[in-house]
Design a protein around this ligand. Structure first.
Ligand code: ADP
Ligand code: MG
Length: 385
């Protein structure tokens, strides 16, 4: 059953009635451009076929009642006074969106309350942004239910604010923009400074290529310290370099400040500078149909994330190595790192070889082999019913 049917069914059993509507939003895969978003930089994500659905209905008893097929129990809290700190479990994601939309509109949006039932095909903590899928579907639902008429950039901003302030994860805007603005068969070039999005037609299938995602099985949590520490290090490096953000730094400036930065900040900044350059080199290659040439850039991204940004884990390095050894054109960790998934760009005729090589690597480590999932660039968030 699709996430949409499951959310609708969960709504009916929980609330004994039909919802006013059903909305869904996809997870995303970031082809290249990692840890660049909060540095005002560039990224190139696309929406994946896996989606999170929310069935929703306004209430009149002043309660916010939220259930998820992926979580036990039911969250029931007061609509009045919703603010950071009032919800601390997973419901901080959807209820944080309601709070953020109240902030954005200056109105007591859905003050009478809200019933929300959630179901998802996006694996959480796998680097595929189940969090943005949940936020974006919820934002679209509230936008429609409350007649807010906010645009998709504003809804993305609400998702980010929810995640930053209600959940306490200092993430950038990449995931929400990808979930809300992607197009089928295209990636989305994001300029995270001004939020500008430009669709870039990919034509992966026509080029005989597949993108496979391999879950390392290592769970990451963005509210844990590593991600926040990297952000702080990037801010510190920008300050030493005298730039507004690392987006504005150059390799020449970096070399000139090497001693003042010290080894760690130097390498953190080098990752961001080179990663932005890799994203910008990717776009013309895609435009010229030279998709195979993306492979080395993708692998260089992994090496930089591993050595300079230090957000990889041995399981992800092993997947990358196995995939490259079996004929992948490129491979890298995706998402924030510290676990989650790797992506591999593979000639279609080599996908079985790559899957087998990854399976052998896991077997050698005594771990159950993940099944690589092929993802196609898919549609953005939408109302389903
Ligand atoms: P990612 O976005 O990479 O999947 P995050 O740590 O950012 O990982 O977000 C995962 C968290 O989002 C989960 O731990 C959970 O709190 C929340 N979440 C995502 N999807 C759902 C869902 N379907 N039901 C309940 N909570 C969810
Ligand atoms: Mg997330």
């Amino acid at each position: 059953m699709s996430a949409g049917s499951r959310a609708a069914a969960l709504f009916e059993t929980t609330f004994a009635g039909a919802p006013e509507g059903l909305w869904s939003a996809p997870g995303r895969l970031n082809l290249i451009g990692e840890h660049t978003d909060y540095n005002d930089g560039f990224a190139l994500p696309f929406a994946i076929p896996q989606r999170t659905a929310v069935a929703a209905d306004p209430r009149s008893d002043g309660r916010l009642v939220v259930v998820s097929a992926e979580r036990p129990g039911l969250v029931d809290t007061a609509s009045a006074g919703l603010a950071p700190g009032t919800v601390t479990d997973w419901s901080a994601y959807p209820l944080g969106v309601l709070w953020a939309l109240r902030q954005a509109s200056g109105e007591e949006v859905l003050g009478g309350g809200l019933s929300l039932a959630i179901a998802s095909d996006v694996p959480p903590g796998a680097g595929l942004s189940s969090s943005a899928a949940l936020e974006s579907a919820t934002a679209l639902a509230i936008n429609d239910l409350a007649g807010l008429r906010l645009n998709r950039h504003q809804l993305a901003a609400a998702g980010r604010l929810a995640e930053n302030r209600m959940v306490g994860a200092p993430t950038g805007i990449l995931d929400q923009l990808a979930s809300l603005l992607s197009r089928p068969d295209a990636a989305l070039l994001l300029d995270c400074r001004d939020g500008e999005t430009t669709p870039v037609d990919l034509g992966l299938a026509a080029a005989g290529l597949a993108v496979l995602v391999v879950d390392s099985g290592v769970q990451h949590r963005l509210s844990d310290g590593g991600y926040a520490q990297r952000r702080a290090q990037c801010e510190a490096a920008a300050e030493v370099l005298g730039v507004r953000s690392l987006r504005d730094a150059t390799l020449a400036g970096l070399e000139a400040a090497r001693e003042r930065l010290g080894d760690v900040l130097y390498r953190r900044a080098r990752h961001v500078i080179t990663e932005n350059a890799r994203v910008l080199s990717t776009v013309p290659l895609v435009g010229q149909g030279e998709l195979r040439e993306l492979g080395p850039l993708i692998t260089a991204s992994h090496v930089s994330l591993r050595d300079d940004f230090e957000v990889s884990v041995p399981e992800l390095d092993a997947i990358v190595e196995a995939a490259l050894g079996a004929g992948a054109l490129g491979a890298r960790l995706v998402g924030g790192g510290f676990g989650g998934s790797a992506l591999t760009l593979v000639p279609r005729e080599r996908t079985d070889d790559v899957a087998a090589a990854v399976a052998r690597t896991f077997a050698a480590r005594g771990a159950a082999a993940p099944t690589p999932v092929e993802v196609h660039p898919s549609a953005a968030a939408r109302r389903e019913a």
